[in-house]
Design a protein around this ligand. Sequence first.
Ligand SMILES: [Fe+2]
Length: 438
Amino acid sequence: MQYDYSKNKDEHPEPIKADLKGLIPEWLQGTLIRNGPGLFSLGETRYNHWFDGMALLHSFTIKKGIYFIVIQAFMYAYHICRDAITLPTGDWFFYLDCILFAILCFALPPIDSNLSVLVYLKSLITCGSDGSPPLKSAEVVCTVPCRSLLTPSYYHSFGMTDNYFVFIEQPLKLDVLKMATAYLRGVSWASCMKFHPEDSTLIHLIDRKTKKEVGIKFYTGAMAVYHQVNAFEDDGHVVFDGICYDDNSLYEMFYLDKLKEQMGADTVYCKPKCKRFVLPLSDMGETGEDLVKLKYTTASAVKEKEGKVLCQGEVLCDGVELPRINYNFNGKKYRYSYMCCVDISPVATKIVKFDVETKQKIEWTGGDCFASEPVFIPRPDAVDEDDGVVLTCIINAKPVQGGFLLVLDGKSFKEVARACIDVDFHMDMHGYFIPGSS
Ligand SMILES: [Fe+2]
């Protein structure tokens, strides 16, 4: 199976009705917005790395009674994260910008039942479309000093419980001087990042009430983490799950020239592991003692000295990425995550429902196709955590066949419906579902 990563994709600003097979639940109404790189050259300018490609946004709208899908695409002449302040104006366009910015910047949308959405997203949306800086009303929740000002840690997502933030300072570092000159030198951001296997990974635990770090320094071995799955508190501990890599080879694989080579079983690939870490909220105990008292995990946190604890994660499963959960359980003890299977290569051909308690997996695969991050949408008034549907965008590897939006049952992980669209989808990264009838 091949996918041309470097091909510029077309816009389809007009709605396209989908050919629906199966039955979408009546309660499922809203818009799934998904985002990923879709433009890799503009005039003479070409990007070398897939992650540097300019954003292409597509949306799938599901309306009651009339099931149809809309694809809308907006391209940006600059990198969205870098230029958030100079976004185009106009209410609708601006709104989409905000959503896109949030999806891009916050892979794990930190939503809980009390906070509406992350403060940055709230601030972006509530600011005017009169050209005023969209980050003007952003609130600094807390500040965590980094180990080195010239080589700060790369950061992609964070964990959040009712009382704590979990912030990982990993030894995947940005070289600030290289980044400042990257544009002039015509190199990608990826080339300005370096993994330092000799360094440790610091795990910052921040008290949301005091807005300060707790008094214990937690650390573990070198790892690279892009996506955290969830975090929760349990009997004097903070538990967090994340997708962890032993190195930074993932980034290296996504140079466009490397992506032209077929990925397969012989691909040298550092497979990610879904790991659980446990942070004890007290370091009372003997030196050398494992302070983790939870029975259901093998994760450890050994007291090295007063205020310093060495953590070792438990591998829950491996070969998975782009995790999503029922966000009604974000920050709370949870059981299920929905992820892409990246067992052989970082490009997923399967998705999986994973039970973190039993370690059981249920997989979905469609044969010759690429699967995107599975987004779980709970059924209104659902009691069970997995009562809902999972939406994922599927690219058909056979060029004559278009892609489709796949709807799976959240419990059985069986196909409920698929909405086929005769369009050449681009491979996206993250999605966000906005409930509603519009
Ligand atoms: Fe991400």
